[in-house]
Design a protein around this ligand. Structure first.
Ligand code: MTE
Ligand code: CO
Length: 426
């Protein structure tokens, strides 16, 4: 830390005066901007501030940079009553404080069944066994010497919005939609590893197993494995974070998050799906008649307005930016429509930034708000022509017993004072 002279801050401030500045401002319109509330000069314009006067911390005072201290409320959050222990729990991405399409690594929601495994990459091994010609064991260095690719994908937990099946419940898009993140992965296509081991013709399913205390394992059909699955060691340009499976995780584009095994240590090829505990008990969708949907791997098109939202109310009348994110596990997002009046009128939002396969897109509506109540919704359409359903449409087919795969349209009520609430229409 660099020591600062301990002189009185007030003594160091110097009043410049609006007159002194007038000569530097060319247009009349600029001069009026010097006046703050009540027509008084704005001291943030007329007084020299400390940060403008004194040297700041030098290079290497922050060898691994972190966000500004003024951003300290931009954090993952959990819902304490949701789970019994933090080791088998979830927290949520602060969607209402993000922009663009990439989730910063430190803000990616976490879902662990047995806590975060801390693994020295030198001690990590990936084994491929089962119905293969040549069982193999890879070190991390072996994997880093294989051909790699870079891909941006969203990961959404099947339980995202799961608390909303029976009605509006959690007041904030961080909690209703925050079990999602979108990062750039670097990794080796699983097909490259499987080709090296040589799959036997009767190999139809893979079992992916994690090295965490939960020893989580998941079954994956071979067609998907050979198509676009990655074994990733990096996210957003650097090593995976421990929370996201350091040093190695499976990336299963467009499919539900629970298949994306973290701390990946073993892949076994077999001729049928494994009966893992989670798959048969938890990750199935219970229907109204008591039957359940077994394998519902793909995450259907979905969207949410992140601003305004309950944690990010409107503060100003007039010019505002409405924004949100949309995604589809079946391809790209083609269009996002937004309504401000509960579905009577719709307009197409402006999608800005990269539109990538199985990745979040960012959308905007440049808004002129006159202070009227609004019922805001967004509706995504993907490259297959699929349109995000309303919650009512979804309930007609699926009932309300489910926790998983709720991609219904979200409604935010913006009141005249700008405060915003999670509601449902009708
Ligand atoms: N892999 C292991 N080994 N252990 C786990 O608990 N949780 C799964 C999946 N992979 C899990 C795991 C679930 S349910 C989800 S939604 C994603 O990881 C969450 O990934 P994230 O923590 O990077 O957001
Ligand atoms: Co999950």
């Amino acid at each position: 830390m660099s020591g600062k002279p301990a002189t009185d801050i007030l003594n160091r401030r110097r009043f410049l005066g609006a007159a002194g500045l007038a000569g530097t401002g060319a247009a009349l319109g600029v001069a009026s901007a010097f006046a703050g509330a009540g027509g008084k000069p704005d001291p943030l314009i007329t007084e020299v501030q400390d940060w403008n006067r004194f040297l700041g911390d030098g290079v290497q005072s922050r060898p691994y940079g972190t966000p500004s201290k003024f951003e300290k409320d931009v954090v993952r959050r959990d819902v304490s009553w949701l789970t019994a222990s933090p080791e088998s729990s979830v927290n949520f991405t602060p969607l209402h404080r993000l922009d663009g399409i990439i989730t910063p690594s430190g803000l990616c929601f976490e879902r662990h069944h047995g806590g975060i495994a801390e693994i020295d990459p030198a001690d990590h091994r990936l084994m491929i066994n089962g119905l293969v010609d040549k069982p193999l064991i890879f070190t991390m260095e072996d994997i880093r010497r294989m051909p790699r690719v870079n891909k941006v994908y969203f990961l959404e937990c099947a339980a995202n919005s799961g608390m909303e099946w029976r009605g509006a419940q959690l007041n904030g898009c961080q909690f209703t939609h925050g079990m999602i993140h979108n990062v750039m992965y670097t990794g080796v296509p699983l097909k490259v590893l499987l080709d090296e081991a040589g799959l036997k013709p009767n190999a139809k399913w893979l079992m992916l197993e994690g090295a965490d205390a939960a020893g989580m394992n998941r079954s994956l059909p071979i067609e998907k494995a050979l198509n676009d699955v990655l074994i990733a060691f990096a996210m957003n340009g650097e090593a995976l974070r421990p929370e996201q499976g350091y040093p190695l995780r499976a990336v299963i584009p467009g499919w539900e998050g629970n298949l994306w095994v973290k701390w990946l240590r073993r892949i076994e090829a077999g001729d049928q799906p494994w009966q893992t505990r989670e798959e048969t008990s938890k990750y199935t969708d219970l229907l109204a008649d008591g039957r359940s949907r077994r394998h519902t791997f793909v995450m259907d098109a979905k969207s949410v307005v992140t601003n305004p939202s309950p944690q990010a109310p409107l503060k100003y009348k007039g010019r505002n930016v409405l924004t949100g994110v949309a995604w589809s596990g079946r391809g790209t997002v083609k269009r996002v429509d937004v309504t401000l009046d509960g579905g009577r009128n719709w307009q197409s939002a402006r999608i800005d930034g990269p539109v990538l396969d199985k990745s979040l897109v960012r959308f905007y509506v440049d808004l002129d708000w006159n202070g009227q109540e609004m019922m805001i919704q967004s509706r995504a359409m993907d490259s297959t022509g699929y349109v995000q359903p309303t919650k009512e449409e979804l309930r007609k087919v699926r009932g309300v017993n489910s926790i998983y795969h709720n991609n219904g349209i979200q409604t935010w009520l913006v009141r005249a004072d700008g405060e915003t609430e999670n509601v449902e229409i009708g």
